[in-house]
Design a protein around this ligand. Structure first.
Ligand code: FES
Length: 261
């Protein structure tokens, strides 16, 4: 259904639509969910080690701080999360799905299909500041590095130095978190296009078999990109909270280890 023509000032008013359904529910829920995550992750990252993010013997490390980098020259108040969070944050904020989500929920541009938006003109993402969204591909390259890093952290959580192999609820949560983030990342539209898009003749493309297989795998995740975007967002928040609660002694992690984790 097309938006009504905006020829006179009354018809140009925000929210004008012929839709009779509750079109405002989705942007409201999406905006609320994103807002809660932004506030929570901002507080968690800024607090740094004023709210322990790693368990006593380093078995569990919050994904917001993975990989842990804290050069000696940095002041104590500076959270190590700030050194790495720019990459996943840049990746998410320029993601095609999240753009749709926050353009609708926060910029109301448009708030929903066939609903009048406040602005009278639209230059797309071809001028500043939105042209910056084109950096998504570069963030994608960096985001790919985080998958093996997070899986390495998860695998390490099954081994307590001095004691050996074991498993805890935290190990399982860290593993699921790495898996969810992998599914979100490999479902990226830019990654799928980079691997096997924009080709004139696939049969003459170098590494065509590998690229074709990768494209097919990535397509499985890409078809549900919105779902993985939310599952991985909630997953990383829950994982961070769980590690904080265990590390600060608020809850006890059920595990097979006999010593402190
Ligand atoms: S399009 Fe969503 S992560 Fe690339």
């Amino acid at each position: 259904m097309a938006a009504p023509a905006a020829t006179d000032p009354i018809e140009r008013r925000y929210g004008l639509t012929h839709r009779v359904d509750r079109w405002w529910v989705e942007p409201l829920l999406v905006g609320s969910g994103l807002g809660i995550f932004i506030i929570y992750s901002g507080i968690s990252a800024m607090l740094g080690d004023r709210w322990a993010f790693e368990t006593e013997n380093g078995l569990y490390l919050s994904p917001f701080f993975e990989p842990l980098i804290h050069p000696g020259w940095l002041p104590d108040w500076f959270s190590p999360a700030l050194l790495i969070l720019w990459a996943p944050l840049g990746f998410r904020t320029t993601c095609y799905y999240y753009r749709r989500a926050y353009y609708r929920s926060y910029f109301l541009s448009p708030p929903a299909c066939a609903v009048r938006e406040p602005a009278n003109s639209y230059a797309g993402e071809s001028t500043l500041p939105l042209v910056i969204q084109n950096a998504h591909r570069w963030f994608m390259y960096v985001a790919l590095l985080f998958i093996p890093i997070l899986f390495t952290g998860a695998i390490k959580s099954y081994h307590l130095p001095g004691e050996g192999l074991g498993v805890g609820l935290g190990s399982i949560i860290l593993t699921l978190n790495a898996f969810f983030l992998m599914m979100y990342t490999i479902g990226c539209h830019s990654l799928r296009h980079w691997v096997a898009g924009g080709l004139n003749q696939f049969s003459r493309t170098p590494l065509r078999r590998v690229r074709r297989q990768a494209w097919e795998v990535f397509t499985v995740a890409n078809e549900h990109h919105r779902l993985w975007a939310w599952v991985s967002l909630v997953g990383v928040g829950v994982t961070d909270l769980y590690v904080h609660l265990v590390a600060n002694g608020v809850i006890t992690d059920p595990n097979t280890f006999t010593g402190p984790i």
